[in-house]
Design a protein around this ligand. Structure first.
Ligand code: NAP
Length: 622
């Protein structure tokens, strides 16, 4: 069914509750079809009609019905002007880009813009040729790679199969971390690919850093203004108010901006007395919150900084702490602002560059000239030690001008609700190291493990991760690779499979420093081995012998068997360190495919790519 402008005004009337009547205009339908349609629409409410119009619009775009429907069923597409909707596509790893995309969707709806929201993995690249307005919200993985949910779309747009896009107006907002070399690379890529395919950018791309909220909000406002202007083409009738539907299934009222105030039930050290690491098993009570989560999801934790650290920073720059600063329209003492509003532990290259200028430190100024060295220094030095490079008096405004806003930390959830019900468990590695005579602590990990008493309040929210999920079919075998605190989601997976009485085989690879001190959740794995839930457990303790033994060594030793599991349809999961471990494990998997599958290097890489596309190779790494 195609709708034209005259139909638009009819639809506007319908949505205001007038009697449904099909427009008496030239129609591509024959009389019989029109009659049937007439009979059907008279039984529908205006809201149902609005939904149906969006549904048919989606079908006309050759998408399967499920994919055509927007992610949130509430976002029924009401396209009074068929080519006049806004599609928002998110490429998201940890949920930030998804959050920005959802905010865009809500704001577009509030302005009466017809809008559809897509996870990049559900979006068919060739459909871009049928769009008029698209906004891509893209985050970037560590080394400039696209997030897992967008790898296919990212590849497609560079391929020969990508369509020309002369009618497409697009905008890109990139999210990233400027501490990394390939800052916002995926956003830059999407911008370049769309432009190369002939699409026109309707607003300049912005590349947002970790404290992106305010900048992203301003950009969203400008982008939607532009979309609204283009879609309405000066007539009110082209833009209609969308129906407000019910929230998506499992959607909680709590989110990053509106976290739930939970209580800490337990914080227990799970590494031995003589371990070089302090890893905590944390239990948080969600009782009465109605919050639900799935294995593979993450918990966002808002934390407060240490008051002592805030005082030490203030002393370094000659401030007493009572000086007031304006934070988002609120006047606060600089001490309170440092504790509750700003990141005061991890440094970043911008902070170092700005302080180099303010302080005139020769050492820092030299570092600023070499981007690689600057990044390395910033990632290995806490803010207090950057400020310590040269004694410098700063005003309160100058100090906060150096800092990024506080952002919540995300931890992979280590429990399944089928086991722990209204609790959520985490496995937290406490960041703590000596710096000269002093000890430096991580912001969130020391909050959870040292400063938060059991029974105290902690603000949390669930960050869904659809890129790290157990297979739907409980009979599917799974292979889980999780050294260190990367073990967390696999505790959740196994609890879930245990409670679901899933029959699929489970193989766990775990690695850490020593068997006696660092074997996280050992008793639980032994219990699962005994019950048969865990089919096989392979461990690699790197410091129990002279030569390092890592999980990938165990994977290679079991190459033939592992290859057989893959042939039998196993799903592969990796969680933990992204920079070295995940790459080395990936290499080991390629090696196994070559050796036991007799594939060339290129074929082995293609196999891994295909497994990833089929969601049989999922990673939660950073
Ligand atoms: P870790 O530093 O990753 O160490 C665990 C084990 O891995 C050690 O035996 C270590 O050996 C070994 N290892 C070092 N290099 C390796 C490599 N290239 N390949 C394979 N193994 C290697 O453990 P962690 O301190 O617990 O940190 C875990 C990582 O996971 C962190 O980067 C964290 O951010 C990330 N992560 C955590 C979560 C969570 O929710 N807790 C979720 C996702 C990711 P040696 O030290 O003896 O060399």
């Amino acid at each position: 069914m195609s709708l034209n402008k005259k139909e638009s005004s009819s639809n506007t009337e319908l949505s205001q509750g007038n009697t449904p009547e099909l427009p008496s205009i030239a129609s591509p339908l024959n009389d019989q079809q029109l009659n049937q349609l007439q009979q059907t629409v008279t039984s529908l409410s205006s809201q149902q009609l609005a939904w149906v119009s969006g549904y048919f619009w989606g079908l006309s775009q050759n998408q399967p019905a499920a994919a055509a429907a927007p992610i949130n069923q509430a976002a029924a597409v009401v396209a009074t002007k068929p080519a006049g909707k806004l599609s928002i596509i998110f490429a998201s790893q940890t949920g930030n880009a998804k959050g920005v995309a959802e905010a865009l969707e809500q704001e577009a709806k509030a302005q009466g813009i017809a809008v559809a929201l897509y996870d990049a993995s559900d979006y068919k690249g060739k459909n871009l040729a049928k769009e008029t307005h698209v906004i891509v919200v893209a985050s970037t993985n560590g080394e400039g790679e696209a997030p897992d949910n967008a790898i296919e779309l990212h590849e497609f747009l560079q391929s020969k199969k990508a369509p020309k896009l002369p009618n497409l107006n697009y905008a890109v907002i990139g999210l990233g971390d400027s501490s990394y070399e390939f800052f916002c690379q995926t956003g830059k890529d999407f911008d370049a690919y769309l432009s190369k395919l002939g699409a026109t950018s309707f607003i300049d791309r912005i590349d947002c850093d970790v404290d992106y909220e305010a900048q992203a909000k301003e950009w969203r406002g400008k982008a939607l203004e532009s979309v609204k202007e283009a879609l309405s083409s000066g007539t009110e009738a082209d833009v209609v108010q969308l129906p407000v539907g019910q929230a998506a299934v499992g959607h909680s009222q709590y989110n990053k901006q509106n976290p739930y105030t939970a209580t800490l039930l337990a914080s227990q050290k799970v590494t031995g007395r003589d371990s070089g690491k302090d890893v905590r098993h944390i239990e948080i009570d969600l009782d009465g919150s109605g919050i639900t989560y799935q294995p593979g999801d993450a918990l966002g934790v808002w934390y407060e900084n240490s008051s002592e650290l805030a005082n030490a920073i203030l002393a370094k720059v000659g401030l007493s702490g009572v000086e007031s600063v304006d934070v988002e329209g609120e006047s606060l003492s600089i001490h309170s602002a440092l504790v509750a509003k700003y990141e005061i532990t991890s440094a970043n290259p911008q902070l170092v560059s700005k302080f180099a200028e303010l302080s005139g430190s020769k050492k820092l100024q030299k570092l600023v000239e070499n981007k690689d060295k600057l990044r390395e220094y910033a990632s290995n030095t806490q803010i207090i030690d950057v400020l310590g490079e040269k004694k410098t008096k700063l005003t309160a405004e100058e100090l906060v001008g150096l800092l990024r806003g506080l952002t919540p930390r995300l931890y992979s959830i280590a429990s399944a609700q089928s086991e722990v019900e209204e609790e959520v468990h985490l496995t937290v590695g406490v960041v703590e190291y000596a710096q000269g005579d002093e000890t430096r602590f991580g912001g969130a990990s020391s909050f959870l493990s040292h400063r938060l008493e059991e029974g105290a309040e902690v603000k949390v929210f669930i960050e869904n991760n659809n890129n790290f999920k157990l297979p739907q079919d409980d009979n599917t075998p799974v292979i889980m690779i999780g050294p260190g605190t990367g073990i967390a989601p696999f505790r959740s997976f196994l609890q879930e499979r245990d409670n679901r009485d899933a029959q699929g085989k489970n193989w766990l690879f775990f690695g850490d420093r020593t068997f006696t001190q660092d074997f996280l959740y050992q008793v639980e794995w032994q219990k699962y081995l005994k019950s048969g839930l865990l089919t096989q457990l392979d461990v690699a303790f790197s410091r129990d012998q002279q030569d390092k033994i890592y999980v990938q060594h165990r994977i290679l030793e079991n190459g033939e068997k592992l290859w057989q599991w893959i042939q039998d349809g196993a799903y592969l999961y990796i969680c933990g360190d992204a920079t070295r471990m995940a790459k080395d494990v990936h290499e080991a998997l390629i090696e196994i495919a070559q050796q036991h599958g007799k594939l060339s290097r290129q074929q082995a890489e293609e196999l891994m790519n295909n497994l990833r596309k089929e969601k049989r190779y999922q990673r939660d790494v950073y």
